[in-house]
Design a protein around this ligand. Structure first.
Ligand SMILES: [Zn+2]
Length: 153
């Protein structure tokens, strides 16, 4: 299976392809493109979430991996996840992988936001959906890359 650096390279390459694909579609007059949704802000939020997913919310949080190490002193927040999931088990399932990672991340994020005085109910649904989509796709790509490479070797 690809190592952490190859996963990063694959994910960044695909992000560049997504952004350039969206840009080239947006310049074509024959295609009606929902520009009111796919604006610069949405694409930026998607890209940042996708990159955060790539570097911090990888399915390899189930082992002592680079994404696990990037959490630094806060890596204890992922320790239960690492202990509960055997490597390349449910964490690398196409549905349960992203679901469990996002669930654990939500359990970490919500108390932090609430303690910081942030009103989580005022966050627009479109923003949350874009963040989840960015993280979700980055995780799916990791799982797909692991699957493809393990089929070849
Ligand atoms: Zn993996």
């Amino acid at each position: 299976m690809p190592d952490g650096k190859n996963h990063n390279l694959i994910n960044i390459t695909v992000l560049a392809m997504i952004i350039s694909g969206l840009y080239s579609l947006s310049t074509r007059a024959d295609i009606v493109f929902p520009m009111e949704f796919l604006n610069f802000q949405t694409i930026s939020v998607f890209s940042i979430s996708y990159l955060f997913g790539t570097f911090f919310l990888s399915p390899d949080l189930d082992i002592d991996s680079s994404p696990y190490g990037r959490w630094g002193i806060f890596r204890f927040l992922w320790w239960p996840y690492k202990v509960m999931f055997k490597h390349r088990g449910l964490s690398h399932h196409f549905i349960f992988g992203p679901l469990t990672i996002l669930a654990n991340f939500t359990l970490i994020l919500i108390p932090v936001l609430v303690l910081a005085g942030f009103n989580v109910y005022r966050v627009p649904v479109e923003f949350i959906a874009t963040v989840v989509l960015g993280i979700w796709i980055s995780i799916e790509l990791h799982i797909l890359a692991d699957l493809v490479v393990s089929e070849i070797y």
